[in-house]
Design a protein around this ligand. Structure first.
Ligand code: WT7
Length: 662
């Protein structure tokens, strides 16, 4: 490469090669000396008495009544934390900051997709949360009633969540990228009484008619008594008998609304996530333990100095990352955050970095898939902006490959910002394995060690310590922000997480390895869960969507390693009768899946197959399909009902590759 840009990018390549030689990255001295935690002693302190340790973290919150028992572990795995204690999450996130004279502090620098800006202060949020809490009450919503939320990244989503928390109505947020059909399913499972949605949502210059789409599927769902509609884009929104405009209701709402003292174990929210079957799991989180751990981890892992930091988590509120690290953790800590409505490449590929410069972002938290996209777009989109305000970077959602880690470190962090690779799950509620940026010597690709208070281990199938070999990740003791159950599916909760190694050891579902320094290297899922761009999907869920297409007879879905998205969905599809596959039909199936689940679930690759490899009992052997798709030697095929199927499939996959269709 001799041209000007070529030279530049090869300089960067060389720099990255140099960094690849470095095994561990100690915290810079100036970072360490000013860090929230600068002393290793915290691990030992927590180990000496972990319950007392968590108790001290809970003390950082405002309690209306103190707990009598830190942890009730009399009936595992149904653990209860801080029993007897009473508190309110909205009070902790808003009132106490305003009462302390920080009402004028910006909670969110909101930025709209077309460049609109709105600074929302803690006092603004508190006022709106009280009003919307009154609106909910006026529509018959009370403690324990489930409220669905299907909104884009606008400040109203935070208001709606906190208003629910204020009155003890568990919310059930559905990611805006999921289809209306997915919303319906989740509202039905959770028996939601109300839904908060929007007229339309903007995406890269286009507007999706959200309210109209919701109406199409929600018509006969009678448990939903009220649909609140935020007017955001002016998109045509049909309004029926049970529909209420947000702004009209807010205009009339009273501004006074006391925060209800709620039991520490009162349900805060349900969040559906994919499991190994087609039916998503309703992860239930409660009040006191959840808030304790998300506030603690947000302060320590992100080294938060609320008076001076500007924090930005680029996730969507519809995922657990958004719940814990856009809404509850940051607000409990009185942080100032950035909230961006748009896509990372709209209106241009440098927009994230433009916003970092604009708002003086100091802490930035994103996903490896986003970093890989930035690498692809080129360092020049980052380098155009002044990122000198950044002092700490975070990663979440999937294992970060060393190359992406180093690029993030070099191009975004200017080699001066520690990176915290945070491992956790929807189920864990908060971060579990992560560096503490003031003390941990990081290694690219490792989430390093369990946080103080947490105990993790890698074990064999039989539950024995795996040493430095690969094994199954487990969590050995309860933690405050753990899920309490699967909503209305208690048995499935025990079966999924607390049966493989007994009722006191949490089975994570990830494979991992521990190195000689005791650092954890998470490898990926061991179940039928696919991780696409850090988003969890189940093979069964996608299969059932594909099979619901009238021309499809059968389908098997696998996650295939993918350079951009970590894993990508490959679907093997058998058509009805003697129908032939075509490019048009591929598009039809992809579109069908988008409508049923959401765009993110569309298969990247469709492979037509006359038959699928099945055991004699009829079980599809996904392991073999993965081998085929990734071009590996086939494993044992002797248990197959019809071993010829594999040869035919192998031929098909090869043909596709040779025609360059990939
Ligand atoms: C699964 C959880 C945690 C919020 C986002 C995803 C994978 C997550 C990491 C990481 C390696 C990671 C695991 C986990 N994962 N973070 N830092 N390193 N893997 O939440 O949808 O509940 O998915 O994401 O496989 O089990 P989720």
């Amino acid at each position: 490469m001799a041209d000007a840009t070529g030279t530049r990018s090869s300089d960067l390549e060389q720099e990255l090669e140099r960094l690849l030689e470095i095994e561990t990255f100690p915290p810079p001295d100036d970072f360490r000396s000013a860090a929230v935690v600068g002393d290793e002693g915290i691990y030992e302190e927590a180990e000496r008495d972990w319950k007392a340790f968590w108790e001290r973290q809970a003390d950082a919150l405002d309690w209306f009544e103190r707990w009598d028992t830190v942890l009730d572990d009399s009936n595992p795995p149904f653990y209860k934390w801080f029993t007897g204690g009473k508190l309110n999450v909205a009070h902790n996130c808003l009132d106490r900051h305003v009462d302390a004279g920080r009402g004028d502090r910006v909670a969110f620098h909101w930025r709209g997709e077309e460049g609109e800006e709105r600074d929302v202060t803690y006092a603004d949020l508190l006022r709106d949360v009280k009003k919307f809490a009154n609106v909910l009450k006026a529509h018959g919503i009370g403690p324990g009633d489930v409220v669905g939320i299907y909104l884009p990244m606008i400040p109203e989503v935070v208001v709606a969540m906190l208003a629910c928390a204020r009155i003890g109505a568990p919310h059930n947020v559905v990611f805006g990228g999921f289809s209306a059909g997915s919303v319906r399913e989740r509202m039905e499972f959770s028996e939601a009484k109300a839904l908060v949605t929007v007229d339309g949502a903007r995406r890269k210059g286009k507007t999706a008619p959200v309210k109209a789409q919701v109406d199409e599927v929600m018509g006969d769902l009678e448990t939903i008594q009220t649909i609140f509609v935020v007017q955001h884009t002016g998109a045509e929104a049909p309004m029926g008998d049970r529909d209420v405009w947000w702004h009209e209701a807010m205009e009339q709402a009273d501004e006074e609304c006391e925060a209800v003292p709620l039991d520490a174990e009162h349900p805060l929210y349900i969040l559906y996530t994919s499991g190994s079957t087609a039916k998503p799991k309703g992860i239930l989180h409660t009040t006191g333990g959840y808030l304790t751990q998300v506030a603690y981890t947000h302060r320590l892992v992100f080294d938060l100095k609320p008076d001076s930091d500007v924090y930005w988590c680029s996730a969507d509120v519809g995922w657990v990352t958004g719940h814990s690290y856009i809404v509850y953790g940051p607000l409990a800590n009185g942080a100032t955050s950035v909230m961006y409505e748009g896509a990372p490449d709209y209106p241009h590929k440098g927009i994230w970095w433009e916003l970092c410069e604009r708002y003086g972002v100091t802490i930035f938290y994103t996903a490896p898939t986003a970093i890989r996209a930035c690498i692809k777009w080129g360092a020049e989109h980052v380098e155009r902006f002044d990122l000198s305000s950044l002092r700490l970077l975070g990663s979440v959602g999937e294992p970060i490959n060393p190359k992406a880690w180093l690029w993030y470190h070099k191009v975004v962090g200017g080699e001066r910002c520690p990176i915290v690779d945070t491992w956790w799950q929807t189920e864990t509620g908060g971060i579990m394995i992560s560096p503490l940026p003031g003390i941990t010597h990081t290694k690219p690709g490792s989430a390093t060690r369990p946080l103080p208070g947490i105990e993790a281990a890698v074990v064999s199938e039989e539950g024995e310590d795996a040493g430095t070999g690969q094994g199954l990740l487990t969590l050995r003791r309860p933690w405050p922000s753990m899920l309490r159950t699967l909503y209305k599916e208690e048995e499935r909760f025990v079966e999924t997480y607390f049966s493989k190694f007994g009722r006191e050891i949490y089975f994570v579902g990830d494979a991992a390895r521990r190195d000689d320094d005791g650092y954890f290297w998470v490898i990926g899922r061991v179940d039928d869960v696919i991780n696409v761009s850090g988003h969890r999907l189940s093979t069964a869920e996608v299969e059932s969507a594909i099979v619901s297409h009238p021309k499809v007879a059968e389908s098997a879905v696998i996650g295939q390693a993918d350079e951009d998205t970590g894993q990508a969905i490959t679907a093997f599809v058998t058509l009805e009768g003697d129908l032939d596959g075509s490019d048009e039909l591929v598009e039809e199936i992809r579109e069908h899946v988008a409508r049923r689940i959401g765009k993110l679930a569309r298969p990247k690759r469709v492979i037509w197959s006359d038959d699928l490899p099945k055991t004699r009992s009829g079980k599809i052997m996904r392991r073999l399909l993965r081998d085929i798709a990734e071009g590996r030697e086939l494993g044992d095929v002797t248990t197959l009902r019809d071993p010829d199927v594999m040869q035919q499939l192998e031929q098909k996959v090869k043909e596709r590759q040779s025609t360059g269709e990939e």
